[in-house]
Design a protein around this ligand. Structure first.
Ligand code: UDP
Length: 367
């Protein structure tokens, strides 16, 4: 039975370096998990694109930086598009570096939502575990995830049940949620602040719906996030005046949570099967209740009437109604929910449990 201090290789997202914001929520997931795993005493080597930084140091973590071209993200490709590997791509280089040292480690954890690392699972002796970060955005990804789930079901984990339902899995999915460093988020008691919205500025995040709520209520919406889709962002800018949207930019976590904590509510309006929704939990960590579309992760993070409200997707009228009722939610409930369900400590414990179980399985015949 393996139940000991583990030596782990973590392979980062190939979409951008850690801190660029291009990788979306995955970036923070990786950083939080590393902190949680080292608190549990595990030793880590992080293999990540050049430029990546961790906001802390530890004797238990080493970073190996790899130069190369970013991988295009799957959510902006057509469902039937093939796998792309650009010239001088960072993705295969990250994996070459991982495979090079894999035999000195107990396991590899993959954070890339991409075909290559999943396929490699079939070829390596050291077990590769995959934390799947998106719903099924492409056919080829759906196929490889379903295939790996049949051969190595204990090596796949998902953030939420709703996300996992996008895939054809042969066994019950392993759900690990997500987690955030408690020390980075301060509870803010103030109840009468502005409305907020946070996320990548891209069509699947539905910023326009939150802006419509602000316009209807005659107030300002504070917006944080990386502009991923410039055309979409300028369309929003041309539709809603500066009196309605206040662009706050893409801020580092400490500054982001300080501003976010001043909001009376976060409005979360996904147009896709949101795998988790980091910003929802980050808001709750600051004591900010959340009103979200019941589409994917939000439905598993928001307890109706306790830490926020869930609304039928695309229903602006319901969104407005819920926003008007937000003072019914106690801000303390939101922080309590976060401390119980989504700190990086509880997240790392769930991941540790997943790894121990997976490492103790001999092979797919066990299932
Ligand atoms: N974020 C940030 N600074 C900002 C706004 C957002 O660091 O000013 C981060 C936030 O902490 C979160 C990520 O952007 O980790 C968005 O992740 P989410 O899971 O909400 O959506 P995704 O981009 O993965 O679809």
């Amino acid at each position: 039975m393996i139940n000991k201090q583990l030596k782990l290789i973590l392979v980062s997202t190939p979409i951008g370096y850690l801190g660029s914001g291009k990788g979306g929520g995955v970036e923070l997931t990786i950083i939080s998990l590393i902190k949680g795993l080292i608190l549990l005493g595990h030793e880590i080597i992080l293999i990540a694109p050049k430029g990546s930084k961790l906001p802390f140091e530890s004797e238990l973590v080493e970073i190996r930086l790899i130069d190369g071209i970013d991988q295009p993200s799957w959510q902006h490709q057509k469902k039937t598009d093939p796998v792309l590997i650009p010239s001088n791509s960072v993705l295969p280089k990250l994996w070459e570096a991982a495979i090079d040292v894999a035999n000195q480690y107990d396991a590899v954890i993959n954070f890339a939502y991409d075909w290559l690392p999943l396929w490699l699972t079939k070829t390596q002796e050291t077990k590769i575990f995959h934390l799947i970060s998106m719903g099924a955005e492409s056919l080829i990804m759906k196929e490889i995830i379903s295939e790996i789930s049949q051969i190595f079901p204990s090596q796949l984990a998902f953030h939420t049940k709703s996300q996992s339902k996008d895939y054809s899995l042969k066994t019950d999915p392993i759900i690990v949620g997500n987690g955030f460093d408690k020390e980075n988020y301060s509870f803010n008691e103030k109840e009468n602040g502005p409305l907020g919205w946070a996320g990548r500025i891209a069509p699947e995040k539905g910023l326009e719906d939150a802006a419509k709520v602000a316009r209807d209520l005659g107030e300002k919406l504070l917006v944080w996030g990386l502009i991923e889709d410039k055309e979409y962002a300028s369309k929003i800018e041309n539709t809603f005046s500066k009196e309605i949207i206040e662009w706050r930019g893409f801020l580092p976590t400490i500054k982001f949570q300080e501003e976010l904590g001043q909001c009376r509510a976060l409005i979360n309006t996904p147009k896709w099967n949101e795998a988790y929704g980091n910003v929802i939990v980050e808001a709750m960590a600051c004591g900010v209740p959340v009103i979200a579309y019941d589409l994917g992760g939000p439905g598993e993070l928001i307890e109706e009437g306790f830490n926020g409200f869930l609304v039928k997707p695309n229903d602006i009228e319901e969104l407005i109604k819920a926003t008007k009722s937000i003072s019914e939610i106690k801000r303390k409930n939101c922080r309590d929910w976060f401390e119980k369900k989504a700190t990086n400590k509880v997240f790392a414990e769930r991941v540790e449990n997943w790894l121990y179980k997976g490492l103790n399985k001999k092979n797919s015949a066990d299932f």
